[in-house]
Each structure stands twice: as structure tokens, then as C-alpha cells.
Design a protein around this ligand. Structure first.
Ligand SMILES: [Zn+2]
Length: 133
């Protein structure tokens, strides 16, 4: 084999190897995508199992003690989220209609969407007294 032949062979081999590698890369990418898709399916099923369990807990059905604790944790988090949402409304100086959830000006007496009379806002005015000086 001449030197030129040898070089040509080497280049061809390298090209083949590169093609093989890029083929592998495509394959790996495809596999990773498949893995992601399958993992998402598992996550979704985990979530559905968890949601079912939480619904059982809400319905008063028997739930394992450890899982019961997690359900109670969910209750706490949901309450926390609701409080934060309320805080946002407060900061925006609006309120949500307790009947339909429509956002209303803080001093609205009736909901303009469902017509529900709004409860008196709990008097937090006392905290403001300090400002009067
Ligand atoms: Zn309403």
C-alpha cells in the first residue's frame, strides 16, 4: 500500500467513523427524547395517583398514615397559596367576589357579574391608626 493509499484509507475510515458517531448522536438524541416522553408519562401517572389519593382523602376515604400527612401538607400549601393570592388582591386594592371570583374594587357593595352582596371587609383599619399622627 502506497503512502497516498494509506492516507486515503485513513481519511475514509475517519469519515466512516464520524458518520457512525453522528449516527450514534442522532440515535442517542432520539433515545433521550423517548426517555423524556416516557418519564413525562410516568410523572403524569404519579400525579394522577396522587390526585386520586388526595380526592379519596377529601372524600373521607381511608388513606395510609404517611400519605395522610402528605395530604395535610397539600392542604397547608393550598391554604398558603390562597393567602398569597389574597395578599396580591390586597396589594392591588381589589377583592375577589366570594361567589364567582370576579375581581372587584375594594369598596364595591355588589358583584357586577353575579350580583352577590359583598360581605363587609374585616376591619383592618385599626392598624392604620398609627399613621394619624
Ligand atoms: Zn360575583
Amino acid at each position: 500500500m502506497s503512502v497516498l493509499d494509506s492516507i486515503t484509507k485513513k481519511v475514509t475510515d475517519t469519515a466512516k467513523a464520524a458518520a457512525k458517531i453522528s449516527g450514534s448522536v442522532v440515535e442517542i438524541t432520539k433515545l433521550n427524547m423517548s426517555i423524556n416522553t416516557e418519564e413525562e408519562k410516568v410523572k403524569k401517572l404519579y400525579m394522577e395517583i396522587g390526585k386520586q389519593l388526595y380526592e379519596d382523602y377529601i372524600d373521607g376515604k381511608p388513606v395510609g398514615e404517611e400519605l395522610m400527612r402528605k395530604c395535610i401538607k397539600i392542604d397547608e400549601i393550598i391554604t398558603n397559596i390562597a393567602e398569597m393570592k389574597e395578599k396580591i388582591l390586597e396589594l392591588k386594592n381589589v377583592k375577589a367576589c366570594p361567589n364567582c371570583g370576579t375581581i372587584l374594587a375594594i369598596d364595591m357593595e355588589y358583584c357586577h357579574k353575579c350580583g352577590k352582596k359583598q360581605e363587609e371587609q374585616p376591619a383592618e383599619a385599626e392598624e392604620v391608626k398609627d399613621v394619624q399622627d
